[in-house]
Design a protein around this ligand. Structure first.
Ligand SMILES: [Zn+2]
Length: 397
């Protein structure tokens, strides 16, 4: 079941073709009886109303026996050969003298071999769990899936090729996004050469025979371009070959400054949060008996994250009378009225919800409640709300 658009991740789609058919290209039945006995698989082709992509909602990767037969593609036609020659030239243009090239789903290896022949001296690595065996020392063929997170830093490719692969995957966008994320993480800038069949002609010709089971996805020029853009890669070209029947794209991975910034910001925040944990726990070790203002939501998150157990921090109060008498999730303190602070001018009050601290201080003053010190968590430690610098200076409207 494919519940969202493989190209753009949109969920709404318009119905296109309902049918049941046997596998069309990967089964290779050996007798008439075997051919007639093939199970009919569900075709529920729909069109993404956002990017225009066509996909089979009822597709299941497990129903396709990739391990049984090689995916045979007819490559000897005159038109194909000329197109492949042109593509080899485009792919190698701008690569170093001895490039490292990865091909995802190399199949019979003809394209990788063509690249290696055109630019000898490079490293040519193919990934395909069911690909052909190496017949050529120039190629390094691995019977494995390509895993961007590990294979990108291992091989540091200049070029990543995926031809007639993405239309077979339930989530081609996810694969490209993982390539982009790994390229950003390891500061790599590989070129991508991606190619799929193109169904732009479906709408004008009424053709139905493109829609068979093994191709879960059918790209239009627009949906292919949208997928490349959604991956985060910089799209350099989207062009057609073979009289418009295929569409290919050249894209630069690893150049998204937005993804780089978000990943760097996340890493810095994560490191700061990890450093804050022992700092604040050590501060709390000296603060047993302090009163916590707030027992639900962000306050409950604070009590649980920093381990404010009921033995050391028995008193939790709340501004909201509706919460009084309920218990703090996880740590178990019974939430008391703020009036429990009355007559305790030496109390240290911890306010976990920093953004409400000014309001709470005003509420304490209005109710005639005083405390020795009000603490909030800021920049990885507990600070004095009245004396230390912080951004929570205004009462919340
Ligand atoms: Zn879409």
């Amino acid at each position: 079941m494919v519940d969202h658009c493989p190209a753009c991740a949109h969920v709404a789609a318009a119905p296109l073709l309902d049918d049941r058919q046997p596998l069309a290209t990967l089964a290779w039945p050996r007798s008439e009886a075997a051919a007639r006995a093939m199970p009919a698989l569900p075709l529920d082709f729909v069109r993404c109303v956002d990017c225009g992509h066509v996909y089979n909602r009822a597709f299941s990767y497990d129903a396709v026996p990739y391990g049984d037969q090689p995916n045979r593609m007819f490559n000897a036609g005159v038109g194909w050969s000329g197109f492949v020659r042109r593509l080899v030239g485009r792919a190698l243009d701008g690569l170093p003298e001895a490039p490292t090239v990865v091909e995802i789903g190399y199949g019979d290896g003809h394209f990788l071999a063509a690249l290696a022949a055109a630019r000898p001296g490079g490293r040519y690595v193919g990934f395909d769990p069911h690909g052909a065996q190496a017949a050529d020392d120039a190629l390094e063929l691995r019977a494995a899936l390509f895993e961007p997170a590990s294979h990108l830093p291992e091989l540091r490719p200049d070029l990543i090729v995926a031809r007639h692969v993405l239309e077979h995957l339930e989530s081609p966008l996810a694969l490209l996004q993982r390539v982009e994320a790994a390229a950003v993480a390891h500061d790599l800038r590989p070129l991508g050469l991606l190619e799929v069949p193109c169904v732009d002609r479906l709408w004008a010709t009424g053709r139905t025979v493109d829609l068979f089971y093994e191709h879960v996805s059918h790209f239009t020029t627009a949906s292919f371009g949208r997928m490349l853009a959604r991956s985060g890669a910089e799209v350099m070209a989207v062009e057609h070959g073979y009289d418009g029947e295929v569409v290919f794209g050249l894209a630069r991975f690893g150049v998204s400054s937005q993804q780089r910034d978000h990943a760097a910001e996340a890493a810095a925040w994560r490191a700061a949060a990890a450093a804050a944990l022992p700092t604040i726990r050590a501060q709390l070790d000296e603060l047993a008996g302090a009163v916590v203002w707030g027992g639900t939501g962000k306050a409950a998150a604070f009590l649980n994250r920093y381990g404010l157990d009921a033995a050391r921090f028995p008193l939790v109060v709340d501004s909201d009378p509706a919460k009084v008498g309920t218990f703090v999730p996880g740590t178990g303190q019974r939430i008391a009225s703020r009036d429990a602070l009355r007559g305790r001018p030496d109390a240290v009050v911890i306010v976990p919800s920093q953004w409400r601290a000014a309001d709470i201080v005003a509420e304490m003053a209005a109710a005639g409640l005083t405390a020795r010190q009000v603490l909030i968590e800021h920049a990885g430690r507990l600070i004095d709300f009245a004396r230390d610098p912080h951004p929570y200076t205004r009462e919340v409207e």
